[in-house]
Design a binder for this molecule. Sequence first.
Ligand code: AMP
Ligand code: MG
Length: 411
Amino acid sequence: MNLPTSRRSAERREGGPIPLEDAERLLFSRVPAPTLEKIPLQRAAGRILARQAEADADQPPFNRAMMDGYAVRSADGASQSLESIDDIPAGKSSKVTVGPGQCARIMTGAPVPAGADAVQQIEKTAQADGRVRLLEPVAAGQNVAPRGSEARTGDVVLTAPRLLRPQDLAVLASVGVTRVLVFRAPTCAVVSTGDELVDPSKKPGPGRIRNTNGISVPAQIRRLGLTCEVLPPARDRLEELRARIRRGLKRDVLVLSGGVSAGDRDLVVPALEAEGVKTTLHQVLIRPGRPIFFGTRGRRVVFGLPGNPVSSFVTFEALVRPFLGRMMGFEGLGARRIRARLAAPLAKKMERTVFWPALVTSAEDGPVVTTLPWKSSADLATLARADALAIQPRGTSLDSGAWVEVMLMDG
Ligand code: AMP
Ligand code: MG
């Protein structure tokens, strides 16, 4: 089952550790070209809009009353009492022309009739003997949204690419787009590997641990709006891994965890190679992390994340997430990044780019980031307490107050 040492070390050399920036460049150069599909508007939330949307008519399409009240001529002022000549509910358009000394009762959303140039709200009017008096004058245009004030026919109302939120769907509906051109969302499969893994519902026996990546990795994928098939975990056996990989390669993206480092039982890379996957990179100078595999077979892509739960989480956020975003035609799907000042120094220079679990607070001169020390390389509790990852570039020592890049983990 173990491969000859010569082959294993040759493989190591080929995929030697590379700086994070180089890994990003290399990875993003391998993103398969996004393809398009049309889907019903009701199902488009969370998808990436591929084509800008334009107004198919002026919006609003008429001078729209913004209040319940009376459509009036502002020049009439507030002194005289007015004759009300019509009653205009929303959804109806009036044929009348409001002349001097006249007004029309009107409801929010109704078209303001000809002749009138303002709406006085009902609370600021008094009705007596069938006549209407304004308690306050109105200015021309008051409480009226003029035709085309939101958009003119042909105006771009939504730019692309963009992540579609409920309010964006409302905009599409308002211009009559009921089938939406979006980037096709890649399909994903997840496989956890390791002889020691037990299902989280079980109490681990001696030397065994609960499979947490089998929960966190699919959740990381699904929160990007992607579907994900979770395959049964694979033991550290070449044939079992190969069988799982064959199944996973039916999807656009296969994400494995564990078994990618240099141990005797780390058979994921040999199994991938045996299934025809070509290695692009195997080690990245990142902490937590380092052994992280990326390879391709035709249009299919494979990530092999380190098994350590913290490493698997961080490498996903740092590399897999922005990759998946690009597969969907949208760079903005990566975690939001901000710059913040360090509350305490990160004095020790590191050989690898370090992602520190951190808390972000706001101060007068901008956000401040407090790093939390990792207790061990599998410290899920600290990761869960953090709301961000502060990035210490490799080979740099940072003073307190220095600006650093921070990856926000929430929202
Ligand atoms: P590996 O990358 O397979 O060498 O695993 C590194 C460490 O992560 C080991 O301590 C494993 O037991 C642990 N590990 C691997 N896979 C998982 C998983 N799916 N859930 C939790 N821990 C894991
Ligand atoms: Mg393992």
